[in-house]
Design a binder for this molecule. Structure first.
Ligand SMILES: [Zn+2]
Ligand SMILES: [Zn+2]
Length: 126
């Protein structure tokens, strides 16, 4: 089922593939979780990467099974930055809205993913 969800804090443009293809294909449940997380976090989030076509995913070093890949399936991941990544990381862990939470400390971004093939919570700082 496809539901057209209007998001208060995110635009289609910022969730589309960052290469010239501009593909938009985000998972609806993931978007509801992302907006819920944004309400709880209560601070602006800058999306640095969301859906990615296969080619772009490869070019940024993403694995074939990446939750970001939005060409053959709907994407269930975003990378973002905000002014308090420590708080964002703790909230992401506590709320369990996502089951893939990776804080790339050198890049200053957090990856939030919903991997339905995976049970339990995967958190990492690297
Ligand atoms: Zn693309
Ligand atoms: Zn990511």
């Amino acid at each position: 089922m496809t539901i057209n969800i209007k998001l208060k804090n995110f635009t289609k443009n910022e969730l589309s593939c960052k290469c010239a293809c501009k593909t938009y294909n985000m998972d609806e449940e993931f978007l509801i979780r992302l907006q819920a997380f944004r309400y709880i976090l209560n601070m602006p989030m800058t999306i640095t990467s969301a859906g990615r076509c296969k080619k772009h995913n490869k070019s940024v070093g993403g694995v074939d099974t990446s939750c970001h890949q939005c060409e053959t399936k709907k994407a269930t991941a975003v990378d973002f930055t905000c002014k308090d990544l420590q708080k964002a990381y703790e909230l992401a862990r506590r709320t369990e809205l996502f089951n893939e939470i990776i804080w790339y400390q050198k890049k200053n971004i957090i990856h939030l993913g919903l991997d339905r093939s995976q049970n339990g919570l995967y958190c990492e700082k690297k």
